[in-house]
Design a protein around this ligand. Structure first.
Ligand code: PEP
Length: 250
C-alpha cells in the first residue's frame, strides 16, 4: 500500500518571519510519529534555513521549490541541489508548470535537474500537466506521457521520486479536475512508468494530484485508487485548510 503524501507549495509568498510562523503552527498540528502519510512544506529559498529549524523536531519534510542542474558556478540567482541537501531539504519540486511557463524550464532542463537532485540525495517531486488548449485538443495523454518520459530520461531508479499531476488549467483557478478525470491521467502515468521501470516500480510510485485542492474536494480526490496525495498551492497558506487536506490524506 502506498503512503499518501501531501506537500504545501508556498510559491513566492511569505517573508521569512511569516514562513516561520506558519511552519511553527503546522508543525504543532502535524507533530511527530505520524504513520499514515507524509507531509511537506515548500517555503521560498530564503526561508528554508529558518523553517528547517522550527520543523526539525516534527515529521514535516522540508521541501524546496526548484533547483539548478549544476552544483555551483556562474549562474546568478540560482540555487543548486547540493546546497539544498546541505540546508537539510528532503524534497525538491521540479518542473512545476509555473517554472515551465514563465522561466523556460523545458522537459530537457527539468530532466537535468531531476538527475542532479537525485544524485545529491534529494527526493524529487516531478510535476507534469497539460494546458487547457491541450486538453481541449484531446492530446492530454500524449503531452503527459512526453513530460514523464523526457523528465525521467536516463534516470535508472525511481524509488526517491514522486510524480505530481497538475493540470495547468486547474492551478490557482478554482477549477479542479474531477476525481475521475484526475484518476484517468494518474492511471495512464502509472502505465507509462510500468512500461519503463516495470510493474513493481510503477505500483510503488506515488502520484500526487495538484490543482485547486481544497478541504471540500480533498477526500474525494484522495479516495481514488491512483491518487496518492496532493501538491497544494493556495490552500497550503492557511493552516486550517492545509490541515484539513492533510487529515483527508492521513
Ligand atoms: C500548485 O501550484 O502546485 C497548485 C496546485 O496550486 P493551487 O493549489 O493553488 O491550484
Amino acid at each position: 500500500m502506498r503512503k499518501k503524501i501531501v506537500v504545501g507549495n508556498w510559491k513566492m509568498n511569505n517573508t521569512v518571519a511569516e514562513s516561520v510562523e506558519l511552519a511553527t503552527e503546522i508543525a504543532e498540528k502535524v507533530g511527530s510519529g505520524i504513520i499514515g502519510c507524509e507531509v511537506g512544506i515548500a517555503p521560498t529559498f530564503l526561508a528554508l534555513n529558518e523553517v528547517g529549524k522550527v520543523i526539525e523536531w516534527s515529521d514535516i519534510l522540508l521541501t524546496a521549490q526548484d533547483c539548478h542542474y549544476e552544483n555551483d558556478g556562474a549562474f546568478t540567482g540560482e540555487v543548486s541541489a547540493s546546497m539544498l541537501a546541505a540546508a537539510g531539504c528532503d524534497f525538491v519540486i521540479l518542473g512545476h508548470s509555473e517554472r515551465r511557463q514563465y522561466f523556460g524550464d523545458t522537459s530537457a532542463i527539468v530532466n537535468r535537474k531531476v538527475k542532479k537532485a537525485l544524485e545529491e540525495g534529494l527526493r524529487v517531486i516531478l510535476c507534469v500537466g497539460e494546458t487547457l488548449q491541450e486538453r481541449e485538443s484531446g492530446v492530454t495523454e500524449s503531452v503527459i506521457t512526453g513530460q514523464v518520459v523526457e523528465g525521467l530520461d536516463g534516470v535508472s531508479d525511481i524509488s526517491n521520486l514522486v510524480i505530481a499531476y497538475e493540470p495547468v488549467w486547474a492551478i490557482g483557478t478554482g477549477k479542479t479536475a474531477t476525481s475521475a478525470q484526475a484518476d484517468e491521467v494518474h492511471a495512464s502515468i502509472r502505465a507509462t512508468v510500468a512500461g519503463i521501470y516495470g510493474a513493481k516500480a510503477a505500483e510503488h510510485l506515488r502520484i500526487q494530484y495538484g490543482g485547486s485542492v481544497k478541504p471540500s474536494n480533498a477526500v474525494e480526490l484522495f479516495s481514488m485508487p491512483n491518487i496518492d496525495g496532493g501538491l497544494i498551492g493556495g490552500a497550503s497558506l492557511n493552516v486550517d485548510d492545509f490541515m484539513a487536506i492533510v487529515n483527508a490524506a492521513c
